[in-house]
Each structure stands twice: as structure tokens, then as C-alpha cells.
Design a protein around this ligand. Structure first.
Ligand SMILES: [Zn+2]
Length: 132
């Protein structure tokens, strides 16, 4: 488990730290949007900065550009509830993420989308490579 990587990177220089931190956020979900499951291309603030949300791992989730743009300055939990792709398991995952319980969040995301590449990413790639 490398779930606490972001914490240790605090000690490194700010630019490197920011880049690695962003990467680690995407890596948690296997580069999929926490809201809809599409490819994550951006980092979204669950509680927007305009409402006092911080740029911490707890408040920053991987999101596709479509969700990020549509959500804009809204609180993610309220916004998400109105979406067509709303899934209560994902809503619970977002809440767990916000609470800093990334392990629980990832388990809920896996449950919501069993075919996703969360965690299993490397294993799957390797077996496909062998089969080819
Ligand atoms: Zn999305």
C-alpha cells in the first residue's frame, strides 16, 4: 500500500511535491473520475476553494474535465446528487475521501465499479501482456 505517499512527499521541494501529489491522487483511483468513472484529467476540490476548501488530499479528488467543469464552484456532494450517473456507493466514497479514509473510499469505488483498474492495474497489464 502506498496510500500515505503524499504525506511523506511533504518533505520534498514544493514543485516536485505538487507534481507527485497530483500523480498520487490520480493513481488512487486508477486514473478514473471519482464521480462518473471516466478518465480523470484534472483534480477537483470537493469543497470549492471559494467556500474555504483546502488543497489537501482529503479535499482533492480525481475528476474528468466534464465533471470538473460542470460542477464548477459547487459543493461536490450536493452537485453529485443531481447527476444522472449518481451512485450512492460513489457518494459514500467521496464522503470517506473527504474524511481522509482513502482506504474505505477506494473499497467503495471498487464496489461501485468492479471492472475498474483500481489497485489491480499492474497485475492486469502483466497478464494481458503474457497472453499476447
Ligand atoms: Zn467525471
Amino acid at each position: 500500500m502506498h496510500i500515505n505517499d503524499a504525506v511523506f512527499l511533504e518533505d520534498l521541494c514544493p514543485k516536485f511535491r505538487l507534481r507527485q501529489w497530483r500523480k498520487s491522487i490520480h493513481r488512487f483511483t486508477g486514473k478514473s473520475c471519482i464521480y462518473c468513472g471516466k478518465a480523470s484529467e484534472s483534480i477537483d476540490h470537493v469543497i470549492p476553494r471559494s467556500q474555504g476548501g483546502l488543497s489537501t488530499t482529503e479535499n482533492c479528488v480525481p475528476a474528468c474535465l466534464s465533471c470538473n467543469g460542470d460542477k464548477s464552484d459547487e459543493n461536490a456532494l450536493y452537485w453529485y446528487r443531481r447527476q444522472k450517473f449518481y451512485d450512492p456507493r460513489r457518494a459514500m466514497a467521496i464522503r470517506a475521501w473527504l474524511d481522509g479514509d482513502l482506504r474505505l473510499a477506494l473499497r467503495l469505488l471498487q464496489w461501485a465499479n468492479p471492472n475498474s483498474q483500481i489497485k489491480k492495474n499492474n497485475e492486469k497489464d502483466r497478464s494481458e501482456y503474457k497472453a499476447a
